[in-house]
Design a binder for this molecule. Sequence first.
Ligand SMILES: NC(=O)c1ccc[n+]([C@@H]2O[C@H](COP(=O)([O-])OP(=O)(O)OC[C@H]3O[C@@H](n4cnc5c(N)ncnc54)[C@H](O)[C@@H]3O)[C@@H](O)[C@H]2O)c1
Length: 250
Amino acid sequence: MSNTLSEMRVLVTGGSRGIGRATAIALASAGANVAFGHHDDDAAAAVSLAEVQAHDAAAFSIKADVSVEAEAIEMVNCAIKGLGGLDVVINNAGILHEAGLLDTTVEAFDKVIAVNLRGTFVVGREAIRHMMQQGSGRVINIASDLGYLGRERNTAYCASKAGIGAMTRAWALEFAPRILVNAVAPGPVDTDMLGAEVMSEAQRQKESDIPLARIGHPEEIANMVTFLAGPQATFITGQTFGVNGGSVMS
Ligand SMILES: NC(=O)c1ccc[n+]([C@@H]2O[C@H](COP(=O)([O-])OP(=O)(O)OC[C@H]3O[C@@H](n4cnc5c(N)ncnc54)[C@H](O)[C@@H]3O)[C@@H](O)[C@H]2O)c1
C-alpha cells in the first residue's frame, strides 16, 4: 500500500486480534504510526505488535480495559504521549454476549454496554479533547450491521452498536468542521468473536443469505477504516458505512 497516511498518529482500540489487528497493520502499511490497545490477551498483542512493526511504523501496545474509565483515559494519554499527538482514533474494542432476553442479567447487559458503548464514549471523549486543542482529527467507530438488523439472543450487543451509530452522528455535529466522525458497520467477519460460541448452525445458515455469499475478512473492514482515515475522505462526516457483503442495503 502507498504511504497515504505518512506520519499520521493513530490509536486503535482492541488491536490484539481480528479487525483491530488487521486495521493496525493496514494503517501501518499506509505509513501511519500506530498505538493499539488490548485487554487481557498479551500473547496475541505481541503478535500484532510484531506484525505492525514489520511495516517500519513506530508502534506500541497499551494494555487497558476500556470499560474502566481511568484505564481508558490513561490509554489515550499514553498514546498521545508516545505518538507525539493523535490524528485518528479507531474505537474498535468490543465484546459480545449471546443469551436470550429472558436469561440476560443486568450484569451481563451492563458489561456489554460498558465495553462497547461506554468504552467508545470515554476513549472518543478523551481523544476529541486532545484533537480540539490540536485543531483537527478523525474518529472512526466500529459499529455492526446488527445495530440495524437486530438479532435474537443479542439484546445488549445490538443496543450497544445502535448506540455507537447515534453517538457517531452526535459527535459529527458537535465537532464539525474540525473533527470528522464516522462509523463502519461490519457484517459477519471471520474473527474470534464470530467463533464457535456465536456461530450456531442456524446462524451459519443465515450467513448464506448474504448477497455476496460469504463472511468477510478482517482486512476488508480495515480497508474502509484506512480510507476514512486518509486524504481522500475530507468531505465525509456523521456516516455509518456498511461493509457487509450486502447484508444491509440503504
Ligand atoms: N467479527 C464480526 O463478525 C463483527 C461484526 C460486526 C462488528 N464487529 C465489531 O468489530 C470489533 C472487533 O471485533 P472482532 O471480531 O475483531 O473481535 P475480537 O474478539 O477478535 O477482538 C476484540 C478486541 O477487543 C479487545 N477487547 C475486548 N474487551 C476489551 C476491554 N474490556 N477493553 C479493551 N479491549 C477489549 C480485545 O482485546 C480484542 O483486541 C468489535 O467492536 C465488534 O463488535 C465484529
